[in-house]
Design a protein around this ligand. Sequence first.
Ligand code: IPM
Ligand code: MG
Length: 383
Amino acid sequence: MNETDKRYIEEAAAHFKALLTEQLKRQRKMAAEAEGPRDFASMEKIVVGICPGDGIGPKIMDQSLGVLKVLLEEELASGRIELRWIDGLTIENRLACGKAVPEDVLAEIKACDVLLKGPTTTPKGGTMESANVTLRRELDLYANVRPVRVPEEGIDWIFFRENTEGEYALGSRGIEVPGELAMDFKVTTDAGTRRICRAAFEHAKANGKTLVACVTKANIMKKTDGNFSRICHEVAADYPGIEVEDYYIDIMTAKLVNKTARSRFQVFVLPNLYGDIITDEAAEIQGGVGTAGSANLGDRYAMFEAIHGSAPRMMEEGRGDYSNPASILKAASMMLSHIGLTEKADRLADALEACAAEKKVVITGHPDGATGYEFAEYVVSKL
Ligand code: IPM
Ligand code: MG
């Protein structure tokens, strides 16, 4: 071992020590400080931050705001709801500031109660973290909730993806011996796992669901996924009448394409990266990632977004106007339900489902299909 090797190892060990210290602190804080959900009903005013994002983001956001303004006419007029535009979460501004989420933008976001967000571009490689990952961490949005429904097949799934840990917690802070090896870290804390499992079981209980599938790869990731599964069973003990079944992620991805087996699943709870992957698969089964919405829930804040990316190719090819606002509209419906406007949330969800079933206006992402504007008009006609 030469001097350079020794230096790399020492630096990496010091880096690791700092990471472990920080993560342990985070787990202790979490274990000590669960706030519980907010009471939106008692709030005179709810501020909804609007972050359009990059690529097709501003296009689909425009269309969904068009729909929201019709749906929330009274609440906007009375001032109960404010839609507050937040500029600056663009890739140009983020690169110029050298920050995944510039501090002034984060401060504006934190002054809101909930957030509706378009997709944000993440630069590949380099050290800049994804804006999503930063926001999820900074706002402590620990539950990524993604429903997928295919009524004609009896599919009614809801995914509770852990949203602040796993491979994502330190994904931009791995170590490397250039040209020789690289290591990233995966973190699972007990408090972090317990709260996502609790959220999944609480949802199951409140909605009369009887089966929670806990999806890991605990046969390989023995510490992190092993703990996730163990804690999930501990939490399950508090919910008699709700069964928990363990699955490994590989077989679960297979089960989801098995038409005779898949409709029995109800609630899924899973670590971050598996949740990321399998929710794209599930959304595809529903009709594409453009059709699925996503809620990122914490105790204090909540962020609602499309599950797809910013589709830069669509913009480069001049197809932005043909992008599908259905995903962000689904997210908007989840947001309305979260802030207690259940009737409006259901009206929007039902309108979207009616549009998907009736298919009078179909978006293909190309000029042979409808524009996002035409689709939004169609949704408004079904409200
Ligand atoms: C998602 C996305 C994000 C993720 C990206 C944009 C960082 O794929 O919300 O599923 O990996 O979580
Ligand atoms: Mg994803």
